[in-house]
Ligand binder design. Structure first.
Ligand SMILES: *Cc1c(COP(=O)(O)O)cnc(C)c1O
Length: 409
């Protein structure tokens, strides 16, 4: 099942999404990648067992370390990211924790550009810090440059960010990492490799919550790191082997299946979000509309440079939590749920759900206002989604007028 790309014939991303990591099963000729539901693998002879454990021969022996279905998923992600190798995990947070626990040691420093996914910030500030790693939070690229020094080992960024959709300049991050001898890591969950391949901008390691766009169907939790083979071998030997957040073969199968349509799904997500943003721009009920495709968005120019399209997420500020709740409760096609990147449209109120543990100060810094709603645009007909959102905004208008009438009375 090994994926053996012919470097003399570079293939396009849609071809790689379908074919990379995929071949006829050597045992049976099965066309679809089989789910190798096995914990262990017989190695045939004591001599071969010894060679496998000594690393003198490559092969499968225990599924916590590697499994053929999981390996196929890793090969597909590596190919899509344009990186030599990838390593799968049971969740995005499994990937974050394995990378940090392997690559950081006491005395090291890390710099991250805020905001990151809440779990990643939590891991750095509550776990890595406990093991003697100094964690610096930077508000932007300029602040991050000032915090980098000789002890900086990792620079961790995410783009676009959650939920305000700020854009981080990946080329600039990779330059600052090289200047101080650190590794740069980009959480590419919100873009997917179809929109952004951080390695093309010099980023060393790419991380995904595969739960989101890579899987795309809201039916599996997983994570993955892509990067240089030597670095990932180290993470496999320490962070995966000793921490054990290993992806199961069934989830790997779902991700393999989902990834085949990643380019098609992303085109639909991005087109739907762009149409919705155009329909919403200037709507009187909105206090703000955050979408990197708007020319007035602060990160628009960088987004044009490093993204193929502007993604499937947008966030709206409706002015108050009451207006946000009225809006969310009036939507019919957008399921109220956390997560993102599913074929079904999803909606959430970050201030009271994903971000509710943050204090007022952090919420303000991250742009999580009381009226903020995040929409993950699915692949339904854009006209239906626009109709749903505009209809829900009518209820907001009505309730806002009622509030004003009451306060006047
Ligand atoms: C969801 C998410 C994670 C965490 O991934 P899990 O699969 O839920 O563990 C990390 N980063 C980003 C940007 C996410 O959206």
């Amino acid at each position: 099942m090994t994926h053996n790309p012919d470097p003399s014939r570079p293939r396009g991303l849609r071809t790689r999404a379908v074919h990379a990591g995929h071949g006829l099963d050597p045992a049976t000729g099965a066309h679809a990648t089989p789910i190798y539901a096995t914990s262990t693998f017989g190695y045939g002879s004591a001599e071969r067992g010894a060679r496998l454990f000594a690393g003198e021969e490559q092969g499968y022996f225990y599924s916590r370390l590697t499994n053929p279905t999981v390996r196929a998923f890793e090969e597909k992600v590596a190919s899509l990211e344009g990186l030599p190798d990838a390593l799968a995990f049971a969740s995005g947070m499994g990937a974050v924790s394995a990378a940090c626990l392997t690559l950081l040691k006491p005395g090291d420093e890390t710099v991250f550009i805020a905001p990151l996914y809440g779990g990643t910030t939590g891991f750095l500030t509550e776990v890595a810090a406990k093991f003697g790693v100094t964690v610096h939070e930077a508000a932007d690229e300029t602040a991050a440059e000032a915090l980098c020094g000789p002890r900086t080992r990792l620079i961790w960024v995410e783009t676009p960010t959650n939920p305000a959709l700020n854009i981080v300049d990946l080329a600039r991050v990779s330059r600052m990492a090289r200047a101080c001898g650190a590794l740069s890591v980009a959480d590419n969950t919100f873009s997917s490799p179809y929109l952004t391949r951080p390695a093309e901008h010099g980023i060393d390691l790419v991380m995904h919550s595969a739960t989101k766009y890579l899987g795309g169907h809201g039916d599996a939790i997983g994570g993955v790191l892509a990067g240089p083979a030597d670095l990932l071998a180290e993470v496999r030997g320490v962070g995966l082997r000793h921490v054990g957040a290993s992806l199961g073969p069934f989830e790997a199968y779902l991700f393999l299946r989902g990834l085949k349509t990643l380019p098609l799904r992303m085109d639909a997500h991005c087109a739907g979000a762009a149409e919705l943003a155009a329909a919403l721009d200037g709507h009187p009920a909105l206090h703000a509309l955050h979408y990197p495709g708007l020319s007035r968005h602060a990160g628009h120019e960088v987004a044009r440079r490093q993204m193929r399209a502007f993604g499937g997420l947008l966030s709206l500020d409706l002015g108050s939590q009451a207006a946000a709740f009225t809006f969310l409760n009036s939507l019919t096609l957008f399921t109220q749920a956390v997560s993102l990147g599913d074929v079904e449209s999803l909606s959430c109120h970050p201030g009271s759900t994903t971000h509710h543990l943050l204090g007022d100060e952090a919420l303000r810094r991250q742009g999580v206002t009381p009226g903020l709603v995040r929409l993950s645009v699915g692949i339904e007909d854009p006209a239906d989604l626009i109709d749903d959102v505009l209809g829900a905004l009518k209820h907001v208008g009505a309730s806002a007028r009622t509030d004003r009438d009451l306060s006047r009375a």
